[in-house]
Design a protein around this ligand. Sequence first.
Ligand SMILES: C[S@@+](CC[C@H](N)C(=O)[O-])C[C@H]1O[C@@H](n2cnc3c(N)ncnc32)[C@H](O)[C@@H]1O
Length: 409
Amino acid sequence: MAQRATPEGRGFLDLFCGAGGISWGWSRAGFRPVASLDSDVPALRSHEWNFGDAHGLTLKRDLSTFTPQELGGLLPASDRTPFAVVGGPPCQGWSRAGRGKIRSIRGVATELLNDPRNQLYRRFLEYVEHFEAPVCVMENVPGMLSIEGVNIAQAVAKNIEDLGYTCTYQVVNARWFGVPQDRERLIFLGVRRGSGFDFDITRIRSFAGRFRRRLGLGSGTTVRDAIADLPPIEHGASEDPMIYHRKVGRPSGYARLMRQGCNPKQVTDHVTRVHNEQDLEAFSTMSEGMLYVDLDARFKRYRDDIFKDKYRRLYWERPSWTVTAHLAKDGYSHIHPGQSRTLSIREAARLQSFPDDFRFFGNIGDRFRQIGNAVPPLMAWGIAEYIRCHGLGRDLLHGHEIGRELKAV
Ligand SMILES: C[S@@+](CC[C@H](N)C(=O)[O-])C[C@H]1O[C@@H](n2cnc3c(N)ncnc32)[C@H](O)[C@@H]1O
């Protein structure tokens, strides 16, 4: 029988927390980040600003060396039994495990543990093992389902199962939760055997639909829904905060959700990069969806056989393609659909479903990287909500007056 308890106050550990896409989602579902760890200073400043020490520890630690025993020593006794360990360890060693002939999953699982480049993955598992949380959730890339013919995901699930969990995994698209972006992630959900919980991640899709509808969002949130209400700006815009001019017409339900609870008069981080004259002219010739390869030859600075989609203009009426950490280098992959410039920080944050009161720290590249790296907060909320409903016997969005709150914005 499923254990019954309120999630409020139930703690989770957020490993490799970044700015806090996962932290936001889990907090919104009523869980509490007892400790969030990362090694990146600007990301941690964002995390601390948005969550604050009052909610738990935000720690700058290199997880290749910092052990779960050391973390246990820093936590108050009441936080040493978290409900969940969550995170997405960066791993370079997956590809190597896929090389050569197909071997037994047990063999691949052992290889993953032994590959020195998978040190952070091993560390994640050590935290899971040490804290014996009822639930663990790991996020990674769908490419793991088949690397040179080997299902690495199955081997990862085996490693988690060997720690005393029942582990399921599923490719999850952020779009299912109302995020205006096609972004697939592979989610592993481990449920500790003997914990009394009985749920798995393979049923998340229909739940995500109910979650999205309950938030008042349609089935395909578009770029227009996501950013059309934001004030028009030029490339190089640097005013921060900026006055949020209410445009004629009502912002979309998604935009209202993003603005919920923030200062109605201002918008923050609505700043962009500066472009040179040639790029500005190139952008002005691009129609929606147009790629670098289709640009007039006079605008091309890179080889178009290698960099076919180096530049790409978003469609107004579709979700965005994946927002990546590459935006930290340049923003050409996401050109604004109606203005001659790349996206502002706030627009990229909207495409990732970071609400408008979420602040980002660091230089412009740091901020784009934190956004591109994140699990979309709305997706993280949906997954945490699923666990809350199925594990703790709560109704969907119990305690959230979503409809009423949105009407008030
Ligand atoms: C994909 S991002 C995590 C995003 C985060 N889960 C979110 O939702 O916002 C991976 C994070 O791992 C961190 N990282 C990489 N190597 C690390 C290490 N050795 N120790 C601690 N953190 C590390 C990076 O700084 C980055 O923030």
